[in-house]
Ligand binder design. Structure first.
Ligand code: NAG
Ligand code: NAG
Ligand code: NAG
Ligand code: NAG
Ligand code: NAG
Ligand code: ZN
Length: 375
């Protein structure tokens, strides 16, 4: 790192956003530096309304965990087929309460670029607002957010370099004659029974067995190891404007179907209130199609009560090629929907039974303590 760049970076770390920090001047110097050195963008100028190649997302993860060391850690999850590291971000405030976990992953299908864009937006929103926004603060007293910004990293890179509409991973099959497993058909939920293919040339190739792929394995083993604490599993896709609940592999309804529909419908209403976008809510079999081996169904099957797939914008006009001009509005409305889900999960978990009364007083105490930590 050149000294000048180092200084700008340090400045960025020391001066909180929006407090008289001369952004345009920093940007100017940054551009000058970028002409001679490999581009190393500062977090201050990171555009959340653009799509970013994987290299920039890696850099973003590392920068955000350095800038917000007290709340974010970057953690190793596993390696992809092509031997790239997968990291998730853990957003967590110190608290004496036993915490529950919200999991969110994005980009299991590589061509759905709006999904990783949303994961980054979500992290940014939480970090920029947790000190002042009482709702986000309240969540963070009892919940940790685990965010995997790009699940299918090999596929995502391939969609940038070679084939914009690539969906699957990049594992090699049939002696190197065909590539890629649909990672969202590879989870251990009625694997390859319906809406999936055993032919590796197909878009919905389910892999050579349940959890045959390293990416699926990394996510499954981690979630399995934390499943007692995970209260909500969210997986972000595009497109179709749908909030999908289990199941895709059967017409049977999950035991808390009514509750999932209500929470989902409320989220769709919150979403619509933002920019008027219409979403449908229902099980995958009912409103989309049958599919086996999805992460959402698997998460519900191992006992995670709230499990949803979000199919973000649009409704077919641009499909997977959602213009960058729509990233901001899409992320704003999706944020409203996700916060609505979290509201309900939070209420149901902490205020629907008697075990809770005890936690309330501890909560007030730790709230006080934490104000002191972060002043
Ligand atoms: C796999 O491909 C290699 C090189 O193309 C070939 O030599 C080999 O015979 C193939 N193996 C099988 C089992 O088809
Ligand atoms: C899949 O789940 C079943 C139980 O439903 C279990 O018996 C089996 O070992 C699991 N397979 C893998 C590969 O995890
Ligand atoms: C897989 O699908 C391709 C393309 O449709 C077809 O040519 C091939 O015969 C299929 N392979 C098998 C084993 O069915
Ligand atoms: C659906 O429910 C029926 C009746 O409870 C049960 O026999 C069947 O195994 C279920 N199917 C699946 C795929 O879970
Ligand atoms: C998407 O468009 C189709 C066809 O125009 C329409 O039937 C469907 O209701 C729309 N979905 C939503 C969520 O607006
Ligand atoms: Zn998808």
């Amino acid at each position: 790192m050149k000294p000048l760049l180092g200084t700008i970076y340090l400045l960025g770390m020391l001066v909180p956003w929006g407090l008289g920090y001369d952004r345009s001047r920093a940007q100017h110097s940054q551009e000058a530096v970028d002409k001679t050195v490999t581009p190393s963008r500062s977090l201050e100028t990171y555009s959340y309304d653009r799509y970013h190649p994987m290299e920039e997302i890696y850099q973003w993860m590392s920068q955000i965990s350095k800038q917000y060391t007290e709340v974010v850690t970057q953690n190793f999850l596993g390696m992809t087929y092509e031997a790239r590291p997968m990291y998730y971000l853990k957003i967590s405030l110190p608290s004496n309460n036993p915490k529950k976990i919200i999991w969110m992953d994005c980009g299991i299908h590589s061509r759905e670029w709006i999904a990783p864009a949303f994961c980054q937006w979500f992290v940014k929103e939480v970090l920029q607002n947790y000190k002042d926004n009482s709702k986000i603060r309240r969540f963070l007293m009892n919940l940790d957010f685990y965010v995997l910004p790009v699940l299918n990293i090999d596929g995502y890179i391939y969609s940038w370099t070679t084939d914009r509409l690539w969906r699957k991973s990049r594992s090699s099959h049939n002696n190197g004659t065909c590539f890629g497993t649909d990672l969202n058909r590879n989870f251990n939920a009625s694997w390859c029974s319906i809406g999936a293919s055993k032919n590796c040339t197909d878009l919905t190739f389910c892999g050579t067995g349940p959890v045959s792929e390293p990416e699926t394995k990394a996510v499954s083993s981690f979630i399995e190891s934390k499943k007692e604490d995970i209260v909500c599993y969210l997986t972000m896709h595009s497109y179709g404007q749908l909030i999908l609940l289990p199941y895709g592999y059967t017409k049977n309804k999950t035991s808390n179907y009514e509750e999932l529909i209500q929470v989902g419908q409320k989220a769709a209403n919150a979403l619509k209130a933002k920019h008027g976008t219409n979403y449908k809510v229902g099980s995958s079999t009912d409103i989309l199609y049958a599919s086996s081996g999805s992460s959402r169904d698997w998460a519900r099957d191992i006992g995670i009560p709230f499990s949803y797939t979000f199919e973000l914008r649009d409704n077919g006009t641009h499909g997977f090629l959602l213009p960058e001009a729509q990233i901001q509005a899409t992320c704003e409305e999706t944020m409203a929907a996700v916060l609505s889900v979290l509201d309900d999960v939070y209420e149901k978990h902490w205020y629907s039974n008697s075990a809770v009364k005890m936690t309330s007083s501890t909560m007030v105490l730790s709230l006080l303590m934490c104000f002191m930590c972060f002043l």
